[in-house]
Design a protein around this ligand. Structure first.
Ligand code: FAD
Length: 396
């Protein structure tokens, strides 16, 4: 294989793609990764930081492994525009970079303006989402620590699809776990815009009933329309406003800003449509989109594991294209998503997906995957080991 591949975004999708483009091409491809942050902070396991079970440094990894171990050229910058015709990008610093192939994994854009008052309340630090791991994760933890016993933590779930289907339910469980031990008079109010718990529903609800009966309250069909950061009030489409002490508000989400600005998020101006065999954009030739920014085949969740899996499919497809090899017409992806429900107990959901040439999408492999029978400690060990393994696979 010969050529220049530019990877935009060093998250679960992009970092994995950069590494595997080098590995699968026998280090022949010239691979550059553009990412503004110097440290990778993981969203998976960040709910443990919110719940006080882990520290932020335990979920952070420097990017040095990609350059040192694999010869990926790291550029600490931000891509502001893509010129699909010229095959080049413009960086915030003003420089331009040319490519033969571009892998775009920009993650999500949080649509703060979809909830009245949220943008201002978020900018002032009054209301956090902590749906991108980093300073907000630590900030939310501090708000919970500062909250007096007897207070109410309000978390909402936006309408699906959003990043990490079980993520909000895990977060509510982790905060309830913290309250149960340290602030037993406090409450978690979980307000879901969806009609029911959309992932591992029965497992979560059973734990809430057995472990957090007087602490965690779940209400479906509650769509947040507005917030007031000063009075800590949440407003809804139909119901009366609710006041809390710590508000953790998650707005609707769409593909990362660059995908939207460049028109590559062509599905309702929200998610990117791709040819699933190679993840090449349906509107921008030579631009391959992966991770949360992609529309997502049926049942293919917006997860870090899935972004890592898609990255390997894309790396193989690009290496084949730039080598003149036959394409793999049956790529596979898989997903495992662990959720902590108490300090030690964890539940999981897993699935395997295969590309179907006739239907032009990924389908779940019949009989593959599954969910936990019940929360258990062994999966607690598996979950933390899963994180160590995927961080190594993505970044080392
Ligand atoms: P990201 O990992 O967000 O990476 C995007 C990167 O692109 C960022 O580093 C960003 O700085 C960079 N970027 C964006 N725009 C530009 C630009 N224009 N130029 C340069 N760089 C740019 N998934 C799991 O599999 N398991 C879990 O247990 C799990 N738990 C989660 C818990 C929480 C609380 C949350 C919020 C998410 C969780 N997820 C989990 C989901 C997972 O975090 C995402 O699905 C995953 O991060 C998606 O990878 P990505 O590459 O699409 O985006």
């Amino acid at each position: 294989a010969k050529g220049k591949v530019l990877v935009v975004g060093g998250g679960y999708g992009g970092a994995t793609a950069a590494k595997y483009l080098r590995l699968l091409s026998g280090n022949q491809l010239d691979v550059t990764l553009v990412e503004p942050n110097s440290t990778f902070v993981s969203c998976p396991m960040s709910n443990l930081v919110v719940g006080g079970l882990r520290q932020i440094n335990q979920i952070s990894t420097p990017y040095t492994g990609l350059s040192r171990n694999h010869g990926v050229k790291m550029v600490k910058d931000y891509v502001t525009a893509i010129d699909v015709e010229k095959r080049s990008v413009t960086l915030k610093s003003g420089k331009t970079l040319a490519y033969d192939k571009l892998v775009l994994s920009p993650g999500i854009d949080l649509q703060l303006d979809k909830i009245e008052g949220l943008a201002a309340a978020n900018a002032s630090g009054q209301i956090l989402h902590a749906w991108k791991a980093g300073t907000e994760t630590v900030g939310l933890r501090k708000q919970l620590e500062a909250m007096p016993d007897g207070g109410t933590y309000v978390l909402n779930v936006p309408l699906a699809p959003y990043r990490c289907p079980p993520g909000p339910y895990e977060r509510a469980s982790m905060v309830a776990n913290y309250f149960k031990q340290y602030k037993p008079k406090s409450k978690v109010l979980l307000l879901d815009a969806n009609a029911d718990v959309t992932s591992k529903g029965k497992l979560f609800k059973d734990v809430w009933a057995s472990e957090y009966k007087n602490i965690l309250e779940y209400r479906p069909n509650m769509k947040v329309t507005g917030v007031d950061g000063a009075t800590k009030t949440v407003r809804f489409e139909f119901e009366d406003p609710i006041k809390g002490d710590v508000l953790n508000i998650l707005p609707d989400q769409r593909a990362g800003k660059l995908a939207v600005d460049s028109g590559i998020a062509n599905l309702n101006n929200r998610w990117a449509e791709v040819n699933y065999m190679t993840f090449e954009s349906t509107v921008a030739p030579n631009v391959h989109v992966i991770g949360d920014a992609v529309q997502g085949a049926p049942l293919m969740p917006k997860s870090g594991h899935m972004a890592n899996s898609q990255a390997k499919v894309v790396a193989a497809a690009i290496v084949a294209q730039l080598s003149g090899w036959e394409p793999n017409t049956k790529p596979l992806t898989n997903n495992t998503c662990y959720s902590y429900v108490t300090t030690k107990n964890v539940i999981h959901v897993a699935s395997v997906h295969v590309y179907d040439a006739e239907k032009k999408t990924f389908l779940t492999v019949p009989g593959s995957g599954g969910v936990s029978a019940e929360p258990n400690e062994l999966e607690g060990t598996y979950a933390w080991n899963w994180a160590q393994n995927i961080w190594a696979d993505t970044l080392a």
